[in-house]
Design a binder for this molecule. Sequence first.
Ligand SMILES: [Zn+2]
Length: 470
Amino acid sequence: MIEKELAGKILREALKTGADLAEIYVEDVTSTQLGFDDSKLEQAVHGADRGAGIRVFFGNLVTYAYTDSLSENSLLDAAHAAASAGASSAKTQLIDLTERKSPLVYPVEKELDSMRIEDKAAILHRIDETARAYSPLIVQVFGSYGERVRRVWIYNSTGLMAHDERTFVEIRMGVVAKKNGTMQRSFRGFGGQKGLELLDDNDPTAVITEVAESAIKMLDAIPCPAGEMTVVMPNGWGGVLFHEACGHQMEADFITKGTSAYAGKVGEVVASPIITAIDDGTIPGRRGSLRFDDDGTPAQRTVLIERGVLKEYMWDLVEARRVGREASTGNGRRESYRHMPMPRMTNTFIDNGEHDPQEIIESTKRGIYIKQMAGGQAELAKGDFVFNATEAYLIEEGKLTAPVRGATVFGNGPAVLKEIDMLGNDLALDPGMGICGKGQSARVSVGQPTLRIPKVQVGGTDEPVEGVMG
Ligand SMILES: [Zn+2]
């Protein structure tokens, strides 16, 4: 952080050319990344990065300058650079900085340095051994361990001073299985905004066993039938489809640009009446959770859709100011101090429904049950999507039958949202590995209960879809 007195001096410099709002964002990140491939440790990177960005507002004109040095001179230079890109006759006074406290508690029970790095690498070694021992058909195994502590401070000329500290741990793993020229990949992982207690709640060897089992099972799968059919989506990670194909369109920048299917539709029916969708940046332990967003606005829970009716969009400071809103919804996020914030989702999910998930399968005569989703793509501003599954099954007469390979599902998010006809009572959030890419990367969570889309286009192909949804 920087001293209050220095922050004041920099903000005054940034206001000199008549800005109506000036802001300092200071960030300090430390991270460790271990990568295990081909039965050996291939990567061990320890990183540290710190710097600051100065943002200056002249009405809707926003200028930005950043520096990787927190020295007084560098900060003043950045403030001068950001201020000199605009000019106005306004005389905004700096209000005394007062620290805001967040009531949100995101506990880190076991500090990241309470385990030696050798022991963290040993987890990846065990993942490799377990997968290879599972079957000789497993020909490749990879695993990674990542940890990151991100501390941010935001000061602005309205007197705001806010601090957030975000600690993340994650483990990813995957295998390639091969038999008679057929290859099958499978991967999974877990993570969260928490400390090493993550490892007490998740067993990496149990997870890699499931991954290996899934890949082996799918080697003998039949090709997926193609055509229009009923698709049952899994709870948890299945929510990535809502995030990518609908959620982005509820981010305020797509709304104010008018490119979103949801622009101007607050109060209108945009989804099946069983759908309630929420963005909640306040859930302890979740990757998208914040105490304050990167504009310094407190994180909040925002109901986006309530029983099919569009209620609210996700706003950051810039877009809220553009339309004259009193406050944003706490969705301003940035990849680092090198970037300006933009409206982003936090932890976004479709709320619980009332059906037993088993009942959803049982009431489906013929369709596809997606158990694990793999890669996918969505056109963020329109919501056209394509994704494929690493594990999927035929549903015949209400029962899961043969595993199918290469299931690829195509559709349009806003259209599909109106058609969902059954919603499970098994709401879950994803296991904690979500990264959203919208020009800048951001950690997010997604979620949903098991749900059924009565009719959607399914293709059968062995070609994986490039790109990772998240
Ligand atoms: Zn995304």
